[in-house]
Write a protein that binds this ligand. Sequence first.
Ligand SMILES: [Zn+2]
Length: 376
Amino acid sequence: MRFSDIECHGRVADSLRRLVDAGRLPHAVLLHGQPGIGKMLLARALAQYVHCQHREGGEPCGRCPDCLQHQSLNHPDMHFVYPVFKKESSKPALSVDFIDRWKEFLESYPYMETEKWPEMLGSDNKQPVIYKDESEEIMRIASLSAFSSGKKIFLIWQPEKMNVETANKLLKILEEPFADTLFILVSNAPSLILPTIFSRTSRFGVARPDDDTVCRLLVEKRGMDPALAALTARLAEGSLAKAFSTDAGEETEFRECFQELMRKAYVRDGAGVRDLTERIAAMKREKSRRFLGYAARMVRENFIYSYGVAGLNRLTPEEEAFSRRFSPFIHAGNTPRIEREISRAETDIARNANAKIVLFDLALKLMGLLRIPSPQ
Ligand SMILES: [Zn+2]
């Protein structure tokens, strides 16, 4: 990973590489900022830069043995630490036990879609944690000598997920660091890191990229249509993870399904509604939940539109064309109830209820709700 691959955060990258070049990089560096903005990429570039044998122009060379090992995520002195979950409560749970999953995660979601990690671990609804066993493992590795690179790097993702016991053990090594050990902590929520750990790190805030940068990246890297890219960038609020996970094809499909559902529900076309909800239910569970998320957003957008505050709207031209005629049917008299029903359907599907029944039931309720006259 090279700093230039990241395409934003140039200022933080400059500070970090200057410290490395001067041999003054602190022994514990904390990169913090909102989720999904590429902090892990920055951390990985930093680690590779530290290990690279032939740095050139402020970048790792990409060709030396250390660079090659970093690029294949196999560097023997690079130790990733991240939250995991215990399969059996009596057994220790270490990051290294999930290393294959982790590499797959880094490759599939380089911007770290935080909520995807528990899914990839198959932890059901359990929240992953950095357990105390991990601190013992860090102490053990830290006490060994480094391989050829001469520097052991521990890259800790989400240090805020350490419990007190883990943090207390780790504290010892942060207080009296080994000269050949570097800690890079990457946090979405620095205020949740235990103060004892936090105070021993050198902090680097990573700012969210602005909407223009996100928009440009979507057009350049995804070939997204500029109008959709601009809207996607605004909705992503700086999260490249969110922006890049926006699937233009899926957005179009959701828009068509939503508009068709509203039309059919309004004219009380029972058979049409049944066919359509069956089609939506046939999407995978997560996708039908995303559809309901889209529907909830569209109801809010149409509510805003109906009150003539178009400057606040976040709609594509196709969505706006629909809203011009549809928004009068979304008003203070029915919006809270429509939102409640969509949210309930989403929760029911998340809990494994039969999506066909849930969605058809929702559509039947919409038939009544859309006919409620506006109180104005
Ligand atoms: Zn190199």
